[in-house]
Design a protein around this ligand. Structure first.
Ligand code: B12
Ligand code: SF4
Ligand code: SF4
Length: 338
């Protein structure tokens, strides 16, 4: 059985694969503590997911195990023109089509092939949005260890990968023992985080994380944080690109910078987000992870980047937002910065 499953997984071309039993996550108590400290900010769904995350075997009737896979996103396997805005600093995972669709579809295709081989068994695919503590499952499946930046890191492949799972009623073989923690005395991720969001090793205050502030939050960032966001337009990669394990995996220093040579292109991109209607923005980012931030979030992010780069050329466009109920204060701050 293991051979049949492994052949199907290898043919699909995942970066890493492993198996884990479905049981209460070993780090559930840390998850609960994190929620109790309100480090999840406005992501209320994470609290709602607590009960389900405690019993992953209940997500699939008679669920017993999970096939856990990692899919590298650098270089991005599904580049998409709409997400290709080199003048804007966008996290690597978001520089292509939205993985919630293509990666999920890839998992579904694999599940179909497994169903052909094991017709009496059940399979359920998930990535990101399901109530599963994915990193815990991945660590138990031998994909990698919990880095001090909280990401799952593999000694050969680094951490620039998505995680996905196929829950199943199959009794799968045990995975090899979990990978040891190779962070050692390193603290580069903690030292490099611009906002101090990594408050302790393996503990992230999401309300300070640029990824949260530019994607998940539906507020404008505090004046202290907006300065620290700098020129990040969507997401953040710093705590991963400074990690020696990613530098080793990719054989080079990984840059996270936007293409600063094209100020004209930057102005054009920012002008678009400041002047387009909500519908036009939604259309422009459809099928990419940028959709998650919505028109409000993308306009907010454009204002922060405008202030950072001192885009005086867009003064008029920024001023148009200065009486807006939600963005007015940020737009006025941006004008002050000019
Ligand atoms: C909410 C969320 C976020 C939030 C909060 C992030 C966070 N660290 O929790 C925000 C919006 C900030 C975010 C950002 C990012 N995310 Co996110 N996110 C999620 C989501 C939906 C839930 C994560 C969660 O439950 N957090 C709760 C906290 C408590 O978990 P945690 O920080 O990982 O803490 C654990 C460890 O630190 C561990 N721990 C603590 N102490 C100790 C001590 C020891 C000894 C051990 C062993 C473990 C341990 O226990 C905790 C509980 O498991 C998952 C998908 C999923 N369903 O799981 C994706 C996910 C974690 N995100 C992912 C990605 C790619 C990102 C970004 C890289 C995107 C980007 N470039 O902007 C950044 C990375 C930022 C970072 N350093 O984590 C991937 C991670 C892949 C990987 N290699 O780890 C996931 C798995 C999505 C996916 N399916 O691919 N994300
Ligand atoms: S993603 Fe950026 S802001 Fe968030 S913890 Fe990592 S370095 Fe800090
Ligand atoms: S930068 Fe250093 S401390 Fe942080 S995750 Fe990588 S190895 Fe661990």
């Amino acid at each position: 059985m293991r051979e049949i499953i492994q052949t199907i997984l290898d043919q699909a071309g995942f970066t890493l694969t492993g198996f884990a039993d479905l049981q209460t996550p070993a780090t559930l108590v840390l998850y609960e503590q994190w929620l109790n400290e309100n480090l999840h900010g406005e992501m209320h769904y994470l609290k709602d997911h607590l009960e389900k995350k405690a019993q992953p075997q209940n997500l699939l009737p008679m669920g017993r195990a999970a096939i856990v896979v990692a899919q590298n996103y650098f270089p991005h396997p599904r580049l998409k023109e709409k997400a290709d805005r080199p003048s804007l600093r966008i996290a690597k995972y978001a520089q292509g089509a939205d993985y919630h669709f293509w990666f999920k579809e890839k998992l579904e295709e694999v599940a179909l092939r497994l169903k052909e081989q094991f017709p009496d068994e059940k399979f359920l695919c998930a990535t990101d949005s399901s109530p599963i503590l994915e990193r815990d499952l991945a660590a138990r499946a031998g994909i990698g260890w919990f880095g001090k930046n909280t990401c799952i890191i593999n000694p050969q492949k680094g951490s620039l990968f998505f995680l996905g799972e196929i829950l199943t009623t199959l009794k799968l073989p045990e995975s090899p023992s979990p990978i040891a923690d190779f962070c050692g005395t390193c603290s580069r991720c903690i030292d490099s985080c611009p906002t101090g969001a990594l408050v302790e090793p393996r503990k992230l205050d999401a309300t300070k994380c640029i990824s949260y502030l530019t994607i998940e939050s539906r507020q404008t960032p505090s004046s202290e944080l907006r300065q620290k966001i700098g020129d990040w337009f969507f997401g953040c990669d710093i705590c991963q690109t400074v990690c020696p394990w990613n530098q080793k995996a990719f054989g080079k220093h990984l840059s996270t910078d936007a293409d600063t040579d094209s100020r004209e292109r930057l102005i054009d991109d920012l002008r678009f987000f400041l002047t387009a209607s909500g519908k036009q923005i939604e259309k422009a980012v459809a099928g990419t992870p940028l959709k998650r931030a919505g028109p409000f979030g993308l306009r907010r992010n454009a204002l922060v980047v405008c202030a950072h780069h001192q885009i005086h050329e867009l003064k008029e466009q920024v001023a148009k937002w200065s009486n807006d109920e939600r963005l007015g204060e940020l737009a006025r701050w941006c004008l002050e910065k000019f």
